[in-house]
Write a protein that binds this ligand. Structure first.
Ligand SMILES: [Ca+2]
Length: 98
C-alpha cells in the first residue's frame, strides 16, 4: 500500500495559498465532470488525478469516492458529498487544485 502522507508539491501554488476554497473546488469538479451530469464518478476522478500526475490514481479515486459517497450511489453529488471530498483531498493528499 502506498504511503498516504506524501504531498504533491507540483500542484501547490507558489504563493503559499494552501486554502483551496469550496468555490475553486467546485470549478475544478465542473472541469473534470467529463459527461457533464454534475456528478463525479470514480472514473472521472481517476482520470483527473492522472492528468495532475498523481500516482495510484485508480486506488486514490476509489478511496476518495468511498469516503465521500454518503448515499452510496457510487458518485459524488450534492453539497454534502462535495464538501466531504474537498476535506478528504486536503487532508489526505495535501494537494491544491490549480
Ligand atoms: Ca453519492
Amino acid at each position: 500500500m502506498p504511503i498516504l502522507s506524501v504531498t504533491y508539491k507540483r500542484s501547490v501554488t507558489q504563493n503559499n495559498n494552501n486554502m483551496m476554497s469550496l468555490e475553486q473546488f467546485r470549478q475544478w469538479l465542473k472541469r473534470i465532470d467529463t459527461n457533464g451530469d454534475g456528478r463525479i464518478s470514480k472514473q472521472e476522478l481517476e482520470e483527473a488525478l492522472r492528468k495532475l500526475g498523481i500516482r495510484f490514481a485508480r486506488w486514490r479515486a476509489k478511496r476518495a469516492i468511498a469516503h465521500s459517497d454518503k448515499n452510496h450511489n457510487g458518485l459524488v453529488d450534492g453539497d454534502l458529498e462535495i464538501i466531504e471530498l474537498l476535506e478528504y483531498v486536503k487532508k489526505r493528499w495535501g494537494i491544491v487544485i490549480p
